[in-house]
Design a protein around this ligand. Sequence first.
Ligand code: PHB
Length: 400
Amino acid sequence: MARMTSICAASALAIGLAAGAAQAKEVKIGVVLTYSGGAAQFGQQIDRGMNLFLKTNAAQLGDHTIKLIKRDSKRPGGDIAKNAVKELITREKVDMLAGFVFSPNAIASAPLATQGKVPMVVMNAGTAWIPSLSPYIARVSFTMWQSGYPMGLYSKNKLGCTSAAVGYTDYPPGKDSYAAFKTGFESVGGKVVDAIPMGGPRKVPDFTPWFQRVKDAKPTCFYVFVPAGNHASAVVKTFNDLGMGQAGIRLIGPGDITQDTKLQGMGDAAIGLTTIHHYSADYDTPTNKAFVAAWKKEYGADSTPDFMGVQGWDGMAAIFHVINTLNGDISADKAIEALKGWEFDSPRGPISIDPKTRDIVQNEHVHEVVKMGNRLGIKVVDTIPRVDDPCKKLKYGKCK
Ligand code: PHB
């Protein structure tokens, strides 16, 4: 009898262990970000957002764990990211891919996600048609049309812009942002009088000759897209140095040009700038205040999240959702099914993934740069709720 009991106990233990072992999974995430060079600030934001979510919410994963395998895509060219993704899929055998600051890096990697059947969570790259490049892509960041198209409408209807020049960094998201703005602006009677490709994304150019050309053309407004960071600081500086505001031209753009992390360095020249975007650290909501406080506690009082930081946070929340829905057993088809229609209370507000396009749906806000005490801040002057991608809705170009 005693022997029987111990055999039963031993087999019960074995069954329990087997069940436990089957449940507790280490999920490998290949993270491809710009960790060095001029764009390291972007990689750091997304990395910090991902890690903060992971640290704060690890208990939600139960027995499962996440292993982040990080690779540096260095620059926007696509080639380094693509090689990193190849290695992550074939050698590291990652369960999911995440990151992708620059559109060319996501574009070059998309076919590998399809061939390798690995779900890919895009945490920045904003060219509208990126999710259509692979059935295994879901995007938690934004599309260039979510800011550019409403800015076309708003600037004509509310800001008094009748004619506009456009300056854009000459690569896919820049072309996209230009098309989005022009489509919106001209649909309500505005006229784009000049459109200037302003060099590539890698090096911050001297914007002076292009901005001088716009100053001479005297449009009422100047819509500019550059890939945030040091490019954005240089845009505001050049606009100010040339006295374009005093000449009666209003600078507008997507929120990439008023990025939280660059705002203080722009000085009072930035006051009055109007942009449209999906996030600022200054949003006055309980969820955002808690997020910003947690960020500062983790990374220092002088550190602030910006739109890329929140995208990293939300991207990790999406990964958690997949792991919990699939109980750690990741397959590409099931992961993407789990992400379709996913809803989340993000620090930026409510977000969801459109089941038809695998792209994000989110509120867009009209931002005005104002003085808040002795610092510059973002005041929300208008909100456009639940914006899905106008490019896909209008079936524009490659969004067909
Ligand atoms: C992009 O490459 O898609 C990109 C990069 C930086 C931005 C926006 C878009 O601020």
